[in-house]
Write a protein of this length. Structure first.
Length: 252
């Protein structure tokens, strides 16, 4: 009887170990400004990434999860097309401590259109949104294939999205660029009242990463159009950012 019980416990323990997830992430998509219709497609896409790559994802739009106790559960936090002022002062303080403890952040598209009045956050993002022209097709160039998820991304790729122009000067000067946008291949000119877009010049970053305040931050400006969340090239790129933010691994 004892042998049977021990054998059963061994089987249960083995099954539990085999099903253990690599890590757990918080997916946050609260908006206090423009609400992207692609958010739900983004949630589905990231859930599929979690199923494919053996990690756990919790989706929240309630900012009350940003407290020290609950944030400790997560290896990384993903801001999926957030906009505006989404966290109060207490929640901001909890998130700062979370990153300072060595954890990671992933920003997708309008995460750069979020929390303009929170200097710590803007420095973590690295660049903040200024303006964008109409959605159109352009060429992307990969400038660093050594970052996880970009191994199979072509060096040059035709892509359709909403091309953000970011504010200058940059909020952080240690950003490591991954993907840039070829401004010769689309029309960057646009105007919203006094806010005018003409492009960013010789280098127009669309994805980057850096170490920040004890933790890690990854951002991609892609992700406006819902169907990109079922595009394998984008999903490889996005998972690479999630993997690095959550684990700190993958850079050669």
């Amino acid at each position: 009887m004892l042998k049977k019980s021990l054998a059963l416990l061994f089987v249960i323990a083995t099954a539990t170990f085999a099903n253990a997830q690599q890590f757990k992430v918080l997916l946050f998509s609260k908006t206090a400004g423009f609400h992207h219709q692609s958010i739900h497609e983004g949630v589905d896409g990231i859930r599929n990434l979690a199923a494919r790559n053996n990690f756990t994802v919790d989706w929240q739009e309630n900012a009350s999860v940003f407290n020290e106790k609950q944030l400790k559960e997560y290896a990384a936090v993903i801001f999926l097309n957030t906009t505006g002022d989404v966290l109060n002062d207490e929640q901001q303080a909890a998130f700062e401590k979370y990153i300072q403890s060595g954890k990671g952040w992933v920003g997708i598209h309008s995460a750069a259109d979020t929390e303009y009045e929170w200097p710590w956050y803007t420095k973590m993002v690295g660049m903040m949104f200024k303006i964008h022209p109409a959605q159109q097709t352009a060429y992307l160039d990969v400038v660093d294939s050594n970052f996880p998820g970009l191994e199979r991304f072509p060096k040059r790729m035709l892509w359709t999205d909403e091309w953000y122009e970011y504010q200058k000067p940059y909020k952080s000067n240690d950003l490591k660029f991954l993907i840039t946008l070829d401004e010769k291949t689309y029309d960057a000119k646009t105007k919203w009242g006094d806010n005018e877009g003409k492009g960013m010049g010789d280098v127009h970053p669309m994805s980057w990463y850096h170490k920040y305040d004890g933790g890690r931050a990854f951002y991609t400006g892609l992700g406006h159009i819902g169907l990109v969340y079922s595009d394998q090239s984008f999903l490889d790129h996005l998972y690479g950012g999630i993997y690095w933010a959550a684990t700190g691994k993958g850079i050669k």
